[in-house]
Design a protein around this ligand. Sequence first.
Ligand SMILES: Cc1cc2nc3c(=O)[nH]c(=O)nc-3n(C[C@H](O)[C@H](O)[C@H](O)COP(=O)(O)OP(=O)(O)OC[C@H]3O[C@@H](n4cnc5c(N)ncnc54)[C@H](O)[C@@H]3O)c2cc1C
Length: 396
Amino acid sequence: MSVTVVVGAGILGTSVAHHLLERGAGQVIVVDSGTPGSATSGAGAGFVGLWAAGYANFFTAGDLELEKYGVAYYRHLSADIDYRANGNLYAATTGDGLRSWVEPVLDHPLAPDGTRALSAGEVAELTGGVLAAESVVGGALHPGGIQISAGRATRALAARLPDVRPFTRVTGLLTSDGAVVGVRTSAGDLAADRVVLACGAWTNELLAEVGYRVPLLRMVATRVLSPASGVSSSMPTVMVPDLFGLWLREHRGGLTYGNGDGYAPLFELNASAGDGGQPHREELVDRLAASLAPKLRKLVPEHDTSVSWWLQGLPCMTPDRRFLAGPVPGVDGLHVLGGDNEAGVTHGPGLGRMLADVVLDGSSSWVDPSPYRLDRFDPDGYPTEQSVLAAMPARR
Ligand SMILES: Cc1cc2nc3c(=O)[nH]c(=O)nc-3n(C[C@H](O)[C@H](O)[C@H](O)COP(=O)(O)OP(=O)(O)OC[C@H]3O[C@@H](n4cnc5c(N)ncnc54)[C@H](O)[C@@H]3O)c2cc1C
């Protein structure tokens, strides 16, 4: 029986492992230096939506297929993942915000059925009064959008896999005659016919072993949680892009939220990604609280938005904001699934399905895998994370 080792039990690693097993790939072993969901996936805010339909214009019709698949996949995952189909709401606080962010969602040629414009009053009503009508000028609703707990979903997927090995750090790749033949781990060597690197912010550490590098910008991203204050669990996820990319949703009767004030490239913090897990950069929480608090008080006047807890992860951005899913040039049997662009919870199931096809068949008849290939980038083209940042398109 052939053996595939998946390195990383985040949402991407567990998703591809499931799809490989469904496709009859033989033995699939998932190893993680921590526990499933203990790194970036455990910090994810769990918004799952059709971002390619007007919100993020670097996503394409192919990405939209992955998104639709993600929505359906979580809907049918019978596990306690805090699944809620409350829709995704996009709101604006200014006329400019309405024109730049909300109208493209309403006018997008791929807008899902039921997409509708909302008045300021309707935004307030749909959020159960969380967003004050006086502070917004309107919005748009994708009624089919969902929200989940990203950590729970990752752990639920991992729990259904037959062979997950936590606290097993991969320290090297074993190769022979231009092909990968296994991995070196903290618990001994593992022979494999194929290896998938789904180890997020740590991908380049292992690729360095085979002299390859993918262009990734590792970003520290913060999610804040506020105390319970009677927020309704029927509230949609909310994006307020004109407040520096603010996103917020209900969490255990309170709110969880974040925006650009709580984000910084890892290189700006002079920090390393460490050995796995989540970063803890309190200065970003302080910056977020100081900068966003006055705007949030105006937008959400009736609820407690203070910081009672926070967590961070390391999403990885690519120069073109497209994912990385495909073979590593020059090393047979070695694949990468990464470059999540802070949208891995949404796209993870679809990327896992597509990459399983690529691993087993060399391609996919479902979604064209070529836009996600690693060799679309010159391996020497982005020598630093700063150069990736400089190349990244703005969200619109
Ligand atoms: C604050 C925040 C909010 C977000 N909100 C959303 C959202 O609303 N919607 C959305 O779609 N996405 C969101 N994201 C993005 C999403 O969380 C990521 O895209 C996704 O979790 C990335 O998954 P991953 O599997 O690539 O990485 P990870 O979850 O980091 O998984 C990689 C795994 O590899 C393991 N590993 C690393 N090195 C090794 C090694 N050498 N050996 C063995 N194991 C190793 C790590 O321990 C880790 O478990 C958010 C992220 C953050 C931080």
